[in-house]
Write a protein that binds this ligand. Structure first.
Ligand SMILES: Nc1ncnc2c1ncn2[C@@H]1O[C@H](COP(=O)(O)OP(=O)(O)OP(=O)(O)OP(=O)(O)OC[C@H]2O[C@@H](n3cnc4c(N)ncnc43)[C@H](O)[C@@H]2O)[C@@H](O)[C@H]1O
Length: 274
């Protein structure tokens, strides 16, 4: 069964349907993995969430920052932002089932030498360690104290990973790397303030996947999150957020032969307005 990984949907449901038709034209029964940000800022978050959930057991999803934001908003932990488009989910009769399903998704998946995460991994982490750290967060998110966890999840500190981190500092650092990371320094100190563009002016900081000697160099890390980066196919990374929401494309890559399927998307949000 070929595996297709699909980039950030952000509620662009009609484009998902179009992409799935294109994938099914190549393969009747693919395994599908979504690299997060299923919802928000786009036009049909509710239908998108329903459609991905209904794809069944051969499909999986890693959680993105907008998916975590939905869980926080739905539980009164965070207010909605001006550009959020989450109301239709919050008002839906099946909201509890949908949110419960979302809360039980992983933050990282390792399959056939490919590591799927929403945003990135820190240079000190191996692929196996990334999975173990992701599972620490998943245990909290799926356990009895998940609302307390969401309440304390926000914030940019600690910016630097250390194995000895404990409690919420440890979990926040893991969540920030897996769901928000773009730039870090060679020692893995994250800059979470810079979200526009593909370069950083801060001396000593670089794109997380350009850190020399990072411990996941021998694994292909497949990720989304960074729409201005666009499609990048390197032996060690595949970047899949091609700005569906911003008038770019929705992309899928087949991990078995590295073929790419893309559909053009209308502009729903104006780049630079957020
Ligand atoms: N632990 C945690 N701590 C804090 N927050 C957490 C959190 N967990 C979840 N969150 C939540 O995360 C959400 C997003 O945070 P934000 O921090 O607001 O997200 P963002 O930078 O806009 O990035 P996004 O993930 O949307 O990425 P994209 O590349 O599409 O967009 C990036 C930028 O690229 C720009 N852009 C896109 N296409 C462009 C183009 N073609 N040209 C120029 N700019 C473009 C856009 O204008 C946009 O500003 C918030 O709701 C927040 O609550």
């Amino acid at each position: 069964m070929p595996t297709y990984v699909i980039g950030d949907l952000q509620g662009c449901r009609t484009k998902l349907t179009e992409l799935l038709e294109r994938i099914h034209a190549h393969c009747a029964d693919p395994r599908l993995i979504f690299v997060g940000d299923l919802v928000n800022r786009g036009p049909n978050s509710l239908e998108t969430l329903r459609e991905v959930r209904e794809l069944g057991d051969t499909t999986n999803v890693v959680l993105g920052n907008h998916d975590l934001h939905l869980l926080a908003v739905a539980n009164g932990i965070r207010p909605q932002h001006r550009t959020d488009t989450l109301d239709e989910i919050l008002d839906a009769p099946d909201r509890d089932e949908l949110l419960d399903w979302l809360r039980h998704r992983p933050l990282a998946i390792l399959e056939n030498d490919h590591l799927m995460v929403h945003a990135g991994v820190l240079p000190q982490w191996t692929a196996q360690q990334t999975i173990a750290l992701s599972q620490e967060v998943e245990q909290m998110l799926q356990g009895p104290d998940w609302l307390d966890f969401l309440r304390q999840m926000y914030g940019n500190q600690p910016a630097r990973w250390e194995d000895r981190l404990e409690g919420m500092d440890r979990l926040r650092c893991i969540v920030n790397a897996l769901t928000r990371l773009r730039f870090c320094s060679a020692d893995g100190t994250m800059d979470l303030a810079t979200s526009k563009g593909v370069e950083i002016e801060l001396p000593g900081y670089m794109r997380w996947f350009d850190v020399p000697g990072r411990n996941t160099e021998d694994t292909t890390v497949v990720f989304g999150h960074w729409s201005t980066l666009g499609l990048i196919m390197r032996p060690d990374i595949i970047s899949l957020d091609t700005g569906c929401l911003w008038g770019g494309k929705l992309s899928a890559v087949c991990l078995d032969d590295r073929s790419v399927i893309q559909v053009d998307c209308p502009q729903y949000q104006k780049p630079g307005s957020i």
